[in-house]
Design a binder for this molecule. Structure first.
Ligand code: GDP
Length: 194
C-alpha cells in the first residue's frame, strides 16, 4: 500500500456523529495498552497520528482517519483498563456494539491481542459480536518482538485454541520491528477493493 495522504477526520461517540462517507472502512479494536495506537501509527507511517492516551481506557471515542481519500481507518476505544471509572467501563460495550452493528461501510475488523497475555472475557465478547454480526475479522498478535520466535509460536497457538480460532486467520505484528506490516496491509487491501 502506497500511502499518499493520511488525515484525521473526527472523533465520535454516538452514531448520529459518525461521518457520512462513501468509503470502505477498516476498524481496530483491542484492550487498552495492547499497542493499537502504535500499530495504526506504524501502518500509516505517521508517528503521532493515533494518540496514546495519558490515562489508558479513559478516552472513549471512535476516531476516524482517511487514507488516500480512498478508505477510512477507525480506531475504536480500548477496553479492559482496570482503573477506568465505572461510567467509562459501562459506555464501552454499547458504544462499540452499536458501531459494529450499524456501520454499513465496515469491511474488516482487526482484533488486537497482546501475544504475552491470555485473552479474557472482554476479548471474547468482542469476538462473539464479530461472529454474531458476521463481520470479517483478522486477529493480530501485537508486540511479538518481546518474545522469542518459539515462544510466539506457542503463545499464539494456545491463545487461538482458547478462542477456538484457526491459526491461518492471524498476523504476528511488531510496531517496533515492522514485522507483519506488509501482511496487514495485504489483509486490508483484500477488503477495500481496487
Ligand atoms: P494502545 O493503548 O493500545 O493504543 O497502546 P499503545 O500503542 O499506546 O502501546 C502501549 C505500550 O506498548 C507503549 O508503551 C508502547 O510503546 C508499547 N508497544 C506498542 N507496540 C509495541 C510493539 O510492537 N513492541 C513493543 N516492544 N512495545 C510496543
Amino acid at each position: 500500500m502506497k500511502i499518499q495522504s493520511v488525515r484525521f477526520l473526527k472523533s465520535c461517540v454516538a452514531p448520529q456523529d459518525y461521518p457520512i462517507l462513501n468509503l470502505p472502512e477498516i476498524a481496530f479494536a483491542g484492550k487498552s495498552n495492547v499497542g493499537k495506537s502504535s500499530l495504526i501509527n506504524a501502518l500509516t507511517g505517521r508517528k503521532g497520528l493515533a494518540k496514546t492516551s495519558q490515562l489508558p481506557g479513559c478516552t472513549q471515542l471512535i476516531n476516524f482517519f482517511i487514507i488516500n481519500e480512498k478508505f477510512s481507518l477507525v480506531d475504536l476505544p480500548g477496553y479492559g483498563f482496570a482503573k477506568a471509572p465505572l461510567t467509562v467501563k459501562k459506555q464501552w460495550g454499547p458504544m462499540v456494539a452499536t458501531y459494529l452493528k450499524e456501520r454499513q461501510a465496515l469491511r474488516l475488523v482487526l482484533l488486537l491481542l497482546d501475544i504475552r497475555r491470555d485473552g479474557d472475557a472482554k476479548d471474547r465478547d468482542l469476538l462473539n459480536w464479530l461472529q454474531y454480526f458476521q463481520l470479517p475479522y483478522l486477529i493480530v498478535f501485537t508486540k511479538v518482538d518481546k518474545l522469542s520466535r518459539q515462544q510466539v509460536l506457542l503463545r499464539s497457538r494456545s491463545i487461538l485454541a482458547s478462542f477456538g480460532q484457526s491459526p491461518d486467520s492471524v498476523v504476528l505484528f511488531s510496531a517496533r520491528t515492522g514485522q507483519g506490516r506488509l501482511e496487514l496491509w495485504a489483509g486490508i487491501e483484500k477488503h477495500i477493493g481496487g
